[in-house]
Design a protein around this ligand. Sequence first.
Ligand SMILES: [Zn+2]
Length: 173
Amino acid sequence: MHCRDYRLSVHAPGLIKINSGNKKPSPNESVKSKECSAIYPQCGTVYQAGNWTWKRPESTVIDDAKTVTCPACQRIDVNMPAGTVTLSGSFLLKHRNEIINLIENTEKQEKAEHALERIINFTDSAADLIVTTTGIHLANRLGHALEAAFKGDSDYQYADDEYGLSVDWTRDE
Ligand SMILES: [Zn+2]
């Protein structure tokens, strides 16, 4: 079986770009496996046929599978988000639990479909709530889920020169 260098096919191309231009810890110093058929990261994802997916019980066991840190865990390890969702406005203060439930449920759905799309953390910044993600699809989906559930306004800003998305959602009562 022809085996590709998985770093060229990862779902988070920003990792490669970010590392080429600065001295931050490199999340990409991983195994470059030419002979691999599958890679099994510790979080339970598997790399096969050019994609990262959740390992399923019926997956074929491959003896020479490599164990590495997947791109999502690399971003989490070095706290290098691809997506940032900033929530603000007085509605947030009164409905914080509902909003966090929505965000967590949205992550659960997105993560089930796309193994590399995960929340890194929730951070309070003054009256704002900041949610960081490993992928831009989850950040985008969170913005739309917030609008669908709670109305308010979302603004989406894609980074010009790297893989990144900032979403600002706000609602005042
Ligand atoms: Zn992982």
